[in-house]
Design a protein around this ligand. Structure first.
Ligand SMILES: [Zn+2]
Length: 247
């Protein structure tokens, strides 16, 4: 999934097939095709590890009238190309930006916490510290090898300044009588990429509080491109092993 902003920065998010289990390290390299010629793929930025997401500036002037194409090349024991993806056509991207601007105006009174999204791993080496090879042994919830996911490493990391807006939905945000927002249950409105899925972790950059993403619903989309996503977040207790996940 990819998204291009007017300044020419592209955001790309990918996922792996659950049965992919080549030995790590796995490195991901974003490629762009500026002119539509299938011979003309070129790398953008450096390869990244242990993430599911990149943001990279592009040379906008090099796009003719074609939509840019992107793919991610996975370098493991062998090399794999992702499916190709593109971005919204400019007209539709402008509509998407309009939705975003309106959202900001309507909710100008709400805090705009920034955060880091950790995506729960669904593929990779099985954790040997707490899961036996038959998968019968229950996971240890305090395991710092897999963080309770059963897969070594536990989570992919996306360092991002993506905006999460608290919902105006009072019942969901649970605003107390004193006017404070109950941090245990929050609704976040997330615009564009990276996008959370249930089971992911969202870390509030300001407070350091860590939340599990409970539900995700696309509230605004253009074709298949989600523009606005609403997520319900549940605060995790300080003793939760996820607080030991290094950033
Ligand atoms: Zn484990």
């Amino acid at each position: 999934m990819s998204q291009l902003d007017p300044a020419g920065k592209v955001r790309v998010q990918w996922s792996l097939y659950p049965d992919f289990n080549e030995p790590t390290p796995w490195r991901f390299q974003l490629h762009v095709n500026y002119d539509g010629d299938p011979e003309n793929w070129e790398p953008v930025g450096n390869a990244v590890e242990d993430t599911f997401y990149v943001e990279q500036p592009l040379q906008l002037a090099r796009f003719k009238n074609l939509l840019p194409q992107f793919k991610v090349v996975l370098i493991a024991a062998k090399t794999y190309d992702s499916l190709e993806t593109t971005v919204l056509p400019k007209k539709l991207a402008l509509i998407g930006q309009g939705i975003y601007r309106r959202l900001l105006l309507e909710r100008s009174f709400l805090p705009r916490p920034k955060g880091i999204l950790l995506r729960r791993k669904t593929s990779g080496q099985i954790c040997t510290s707490c899961a036996d090879k038959f998968g019968k042994q229950p996971l240890q919830s305090d395991c710092t090898t897999c963080y309770g996911t059963g897969i070594i490493g536990g989570y992919w990391k996306a360092n991002t300044d993506n905006l999460g807006l608290l919902s105006e939905d009072v019942s969901a945000a649970a605003i107390t009588q004193m006017g404070h927002i109950d941090p245990a249950r929050r609704k976040a409105i997330i615009v564009g990429l990276p996008q959370p899925t249930p089971g992911d972790i969202w870390i509030d950059s300001q407070t350091g509080r860590r939340y599990r993403v409970r539900t995700v619903a696309v509230t605004s989309a253009i074709f298949d491109w989600p523009i606005v996503v609403q997520a319900e977040l549940g605060l995790l207790a300080p003793k939760d092993v996820i607080y030991q996940f290094p950033l």
